[in-house]
Design a protein. Structure first.
Length: 326
């Protein structure tokens, strides 16, 4: 599975911008909303009841659905021990993020599988605002062994779909290539140095691509000693868009990319320019889906498969050697 380094860079850029904007300045203080405070108090009351083995009291702090389901068990104690990872729940400090607006449910999850176990199994629960205005504990009461089996089945279904997409991509992306074309025969210090950056699909099947980062950060310039010139663009807001590349077609990712725009070329000499593959993703288009309506995440839907499912391949271009003169 592709780790999507483009998104990692986007996170790094956002973090860098955030730190620069807030350097030396404390974060503004925001008081918790009344609803969040009430929900936190209800959570603490529930944890206190569990910790003191006051099982019936704990059940009264749960939703009506949970209380109805608990009647199928001989006691509230056995019900909680069968359906809830109690130690994980008692270790919960708070919701982990501030709420805002008219929130009626604070979702949480606990990782109940071992640290290095795959797949990772998360158990979902939350604090819900009941019709009587009180906050209650809510979760899908299922035997924990059955919950693990169901969760693994959902994850396997997603993995199988990803594997099928990956297999279909292997043949498609073998026909994809990139090319750099210099737009002039002479390169002079202080003048634009323009290149056309092309993407070609010579195969019989359509593919999809995202290339915003490739244009801004993908072209690598080296001097005659092989030293890479620093890309001076720095953090930037880049619009991502999934585009279709039909079979037997080509598209210009950049009609006239000026390498001096984000590289300082201050000395005459011989240089090489290449797109090495960073920031361009070729893949299979998959339907964009909204968030699941199940607040306990019992249906994974298209998690991880929204918009573009990328191949792991890189698509480096040809190397263009240029002679820069004064």
């Amino acid at each position: 599975m592709n780790s999507r380094p483009v998104w990692l860079l986007l996170v790094a850029i956002s973090l860098s911008a955030f730190l620069n904007a807030h350097a030396g300045h404390p974060e503004p203080v925001h008081r918790k909303s009344q609803g969040e405070r009430d929900a936190n108090m209800a959570l603490l009351q529930f944890q206190n009841a569990l910790a003191a083995d006051r099982w019936d009291d704990a059940l009264l702090l749960c939703s009506a659905d949970v209380q109805i389901k608990a009647k199928e068990w001989p006691s509230a104690e056995k019900f909680f021990k069968d359906t809830m990872p109690i130690e994980h729940v008692l270790a919960r400090g708070d919701f982990g993020w501030p709420g805002s607006g008219d929130i009626k449910f604070y979702g949480m999850f606990e990782t109940i599988s071992d640290y290095d176990e795959q797949p990772r199994i998360d158990w979902f629960w939350g604090m819900a605002l009941a019709e009587n205005g009180k906050w209650v504990v809510d979760y899908p009461p299922v035997l924990l062994p059955d919950y693990v089996v169901q969760r693994k089945a959902l994850l396997k279904a997603r993995d199988d779909k990803e594997a099928a997409l990956r297999l279909a991509l292997e043949s498609k992306v073998s026909f994809v290539s990139t090319r750099l074309v210099p737009l002039t025969n002479q390169f002079t210090l202080g003048q634009p140095m323009l290149f056309r950056f092309e993407l070609t699909n010579a195969g019989p099947s359509d593919v999809y691509f995202e290339g915003g980062f490739a244009v801004h950060y993908g072209l690598v310039v080296r001097d005659e000693r092989g030293t890479v010139l620093t890309n001076t663009l720095g953090p930037a807001q880049i619009q991502f868009s999934r585009r279709e590349l039909p079979a037997h077609s080509a598209v210009a990712l950049a009609e006239a990319q000026d390498i001096t725009w984000n590289h300082r070329i201050t000395e005459p000499g011989k240089y090489s320019v290449q797109f090495e593959g960073y920031g361009l993703e070729i893949g299979e288009g998959v339907p964009m889906v909204g968030p699941s309506t199940d607040r306990f995440n019992r249906t994974l839907g298209e998690i991880g498969l929204s918009g573009l499912f990328p191949a792991t391949n890189k698509f480096p271009s040809n190397v263009v050697k240029i002679d820069v003169r004064r």
